[in-house]
Design a protein around this ligand. Structure first.
Ligand code: ATP
Ligand code: LTN
Length: 327
């Protein structure tokens, strides 16, 4: 059996260059060696208040972004989570294995429930990591390529897999998070202490993959910078470090070389160049994105769900048997 990887992104906003750099770009390298399963996790997106029409539109949008990024449906399964019912089914069973103390440790829940307080946060938001564990374990994924912020959730999937295996006998492969060494966390353009986030309340936090050239230029111009005027890559200058990281990713130059290129030059010139580098990447990207029609994508997703279902149904049968359900 080919080794498998699984990953997903939720349609909770317009995907950013942070999602691309931290997640999608790293998925591409796996397509040949692994049996890859890439999911649009719409059931995760409804754990916060959401608009149904927008969710529907964004689900297709994310699938198109996967395709424009180079994920090849001939090699990998691309599908929508809610179209494979086994995700919800396994999540319920894993709920009986997860402990309140496991979920109380999750920092994403703490962050996301902070705004309105824990007491009013949805149970779905609290339980979100268990559904994510189900996504991963259903496919016996060995590796889960994610950005750094999701490692804690993949660790929970490991914990639940081990606990289930202990209680009911060997069933699940123990997954490993895969965070590329150079896979950095891209920070918000308006606040380098936080990650660039597609659900941020300010559009000046992020550059979306579907932003037009003028928006990109405007956002980069407005991006916060640190005191001083030299282009230096250092921990003491987190805002600039973030911009250099973005430059480095798209220009494929090292931060050291970028420092050298801008020796004696100011922020203005650096920012102008950075904007043009990003604009040029997005131009090609959006051209590919626009080459897919909605109908075409819906068909690809349907075929992807069929492929995924074959794996998921088999695993669920095994799980049900193990817990004593009649099948
Ligand atoms: P939300 O705020 O809606 O939770 P998110 O971007 O944090 O959005 P996802 O869209 O589900 O969450 O994340 C998809 C993938 O992108 C994950 O693997 C995550 O680690 C990665 N990712 C998200 N933001 C960044 C970032 N700023 N830098 C690097 N990787 C990121
Ligand atoms: N929780 C993830 C999205 C996600 C995911 C997954 C990632 C849901 N299920 C399974 C990898 C594997 C996030 O917020 N980025």
């Amino acid at each position: 059996m080919a080794k498998r990887i699984f990953s997903g992104i939720k349609p909770s906003g317009s995907l950013t260059i942070g999602n691309y750099i931290g997640a999608i770009r790293n998925w591409l390298d796996f397509q040949d060696e692994y049996e890859a399963v890439f999911c649009v996790v719409d059931m995760h997106a409804i754990t916060v208040p959401q608009d149904p029409k927008t969710l529907n539109k964004r689900t297709i949008e994310i699938a198109k972004i996967y395709l424009a990024s180079g994920i090849d449906p001939k090699k990998s399964a691309i599908f929508v989570q809610s179209q494979v019912a086994e995700h919800a089914e396994l999540a319920w069973i894993l709920n009986t294995v997860a402990r309140v103390s496991d979920l109380d440790k999750m920092t994403q829940f703490k962050d996301k429930s902070q705004k309105n307080g824990r007491e009013s946060a949805g149970v779905g938001l609290y339980d979100y990591p268990v559904l994510m564990a189900a996504d991963i374990l259903l496919y016996d994924a060995e590796k889960v390529p994610v950005g750094e912020d999701q490692v804690q959730h993949v660790e929970l999937a490991r914990t639940l897999a081990k606990r289930f295996n202990n209680n009911f006998g060997e069933t699940f492969v123990i997954p490993e998070p895969f965070v590329k060494k150079s896979g950095m966390r891209i920070r918000g353009l308006d606040d380098p202490t936080k990650k660039m986030d597609k659900s941020s309340s300010s559009e000046y936090n992020y550059i979306a993959l579907l932003d037009d050239a003028e928006s990109v230029r405007r956002k980069i111009k407005k991006a916060v910078t640190d005191s001083g005027s030299e282009i230096i890559y250092s921990e003491e200058k987190p805002a600039l470090k973030n911009l250099i990281n973005i430059h480095s990713f798209f220009s494929e130059k090292s931060p050291k070389d970028i420092e050298k290129m801008y020796a004696g030059k100011g922020y203005g010139e650096f920012k102008n160049d950075l904007a043009e580098i990003v604009v040029s990447f997005l131009k090609d990207f959006q051209q590919k994105y626009n080459s897919y029609s909605d109908e075409e994508v819906i068909k690809i997703l349907k075929e992807g769900a069929e492929k995924a279902r074959l794996i998921a149904e088999k695993k669920m049968q095994e799980v049900k048997k193990k817990v004593g359900f009649i099948i």
